[in-house]
Design a protein around this ligand. Structure first.
Ligand code: GLC
Length: 495
């Protein structure tokens, strides 16, 4: 394989510019790790309204003004701006087309919670814009690495509209799926606005999914290599509709060319020994500083500190399927245990309201906080004893990776990335990094939590569990190297 690769990363969201969830975190951290491995890495995303142009110094690029993009009968002109990912030399391009991207939300209207009805056109334009930008730049990446359905039409166009285009003759595509529940599924009419050649036949094509136009499927079939974000999730999405949402068979057909690479976290940002956002610094050799963070966290919520009472934290997710209902149903029994329980974030407002309302009943034991920002994320990760992630589905999960690094013990359901990254503690061998249960039911959740609370009383064993977790490696550096291996698999393909 060539030494230095030219890589274009296509992300629908990139932190800190714009993000709705963990995908944005990946978009903001993974490219930096690849760059540090010495590759030529650039990122491209839509220019949404939320992006603060002045703060991040987005500049016009003379060559990238008024680029014509045809969307069937319509033809529009886009501009492309450029900036750097903060604290890095990774260049980011922003596709600026105001009628499509200058809206309050990224994919849905925050007022109604409903997807924008023209998401097909928006993300078809995005994909076309990505390829046109490369032509204008005269930059030919070795691999275009696309993420989720919003970028799925890039590999699709490379195999249809741009199939015989000599400019892309040596460009391969990798498609990473972070979540199969969101597919970009539209009415078949949408094909007419993709700007395809007249001889394109929809029926039976890669984008035809039971008569509907499905961007995710088009990406899976068209990309040279496809992967998802944990081994267990890769198995799950091939075996059950609850996980694959209809893509099971299509994935099985890809067989052993469907890979998995676990996400990482930025070990510079998430380092308990040098984290400027926490009062007590510590590392695996001396964990005593963690106590100060627990103290500060409890003080913030006016809860009395106790060595014997573990602080259990749960972060409310922005999407369903994370097992929050289970916790709601188990709450009475949970609160009879000797724990503090702090529920953070308000992304799913109904969930937040539930916990906020009921907390009166569990005074001095249960607290909620809707204002969950980055600095609170650091304090909580450092100050909690247990992080609860009872997900029904969890493609990868990043929260548990941060927790492990900070000696905060994850209690998870063994699914997807949680199963791949959290090893249940075994008192016999003293191996393991967390606590885990298999079936989504109250009994198993409670049994596991009780077990964790019991072990917590034995501070020596608990310290062992903490340190086991802190010794794991979930840095982006390691995962980015695995992606480089996938890039070489792409390059080995015949066109
Ligand atoms: C999605 C998944 C989450 C994963 C993230 C980044 O948000 O739900 O599990 O960590 O993508 O891959």
């Amino acid at each position: 394989m060539k030494g230095k690769l030219k890589l274009l990363l296509v992300f629908p969201e990139v932190a800190p510019f714009a993000k709705t969830g963990d995908l944005g975190e990946v978009g903001g951290t993974f490219p930096k790790a690849l760059k540090e491995l010495g590759h030529d890495v650039r990122v491209i995303m839509p220019q949404y309204r939320v992006i603060n142009e002045r703060k991040y110094i987005l500049r016009d690029v003379i060559r990238l003004q008024n680029i014509d993009v045809s969307l069937g009968k319509e033809s529009v002109k886009i501009n492309v701006k450029s900036a750097f990912l903060p604290n890095s030399k990774v260049q980011v391009y922003f596709i600026d087309y105001k009628p499509f991207f200058f809206r309050q939300g990224l994919y849905s209207d925050p007022k109604t919670g409903k997807d924008y009805p023209d998401n097909d056109k928006r993300f078809a334009l995005f994909a076309r814009g990505v390829l046109e930008t490369l032509v204008k730049l005269q930059w030919q990446p070795d691999v275009i690495h696309c993420h989720d359905w919003q970028s799925a039409l890039v590999p699709f166009f490379l195999k249809t509209l741009n199939k015989n285009d000599p400019f892309f003759a040596k460009t391969f595509s990798l498609f990473t799926i972070h979540d199969f529940s969101s597919q970009g599924d539209f009415d078949s009419d949408c094909v007419s606005s993709l700007g395809l050649n007249n001889n394109f036949v929809f029926e039976g094509s890669s984008i035809d999914f039971h008569g509907r136009c499905n961007f995710l499927k088009a990406g899976i079939i068209s990309a040279d290599v496809v992967n998802t974000v944990s081994e267990k999730y890769a198995e799950e999405v091939q075996s059950a509709h609850d996980y694959g949402f209809g893509m099971e068979e299509i994935l099985r057909e890809r067989g052993n060319s469907f890979y998995s690479v676990i996400n990482g976290i930025d070990y510079k940002e998430w380092n308990p020994a040098a984290d400027s956002l926490i009062p007590g610094k510590y590392d695996v050799n001396d964990i005593s500083g963690k106590k100060k963070n627990k103290y500060t966290l409890l003080e913030k919520y006016r809860l009395p500190f106790s060595e014997k009472v573990p602080v259990v934290v749960m972060i409310l997710p922005s999407v369903d399927q994370k097992g929050i209902d289970l916790v709601k149903n188990a709450l009475d029994a949970m609160m009879r245990l000797n724990i503090y329980f702090i529920v953070l974030g308000k992304d799913r407002e109904l969930n937040y309201k539930f916990f906020d309302k009921i907390k009166k009943k569990y005074k001095n034991k249960l607290e909620t906080d809707p204002d969950f920002d980055n600095s609170l994320a650091h304090l909580v990760t450092a100050g909690a004893d247990i992080i609860l992630m009872p997900s029904k589905v969890e493609p990868c999960g990043l929260t548990q990776l941060c927790a492990l690094r900070y000696g905060t013990v994850p209690l998870v359901r063994l699914t997807g990335g949680l199963a791949d990254t959290v090893k249940p503690f075994d008192p016999e061998t003293e191996k393991g990094t967390g606590f885990a249960f298999n079936n989504l039911n109250i009994k198993e959740l409670l049994k596991t939590l009780k077990q964790a609370v019991k072990f917590f009383q034995d501070q020596k064993t608990w310290a062992k569990i903490m340190k086991n977790g802190m010794r794991e490696d979930f840095s982006w550096d390691t995962s980015a190297r695995k992606y480089v291996q996938l890039y070489s698999k792409c390059l080995a393909k015949n066109k």
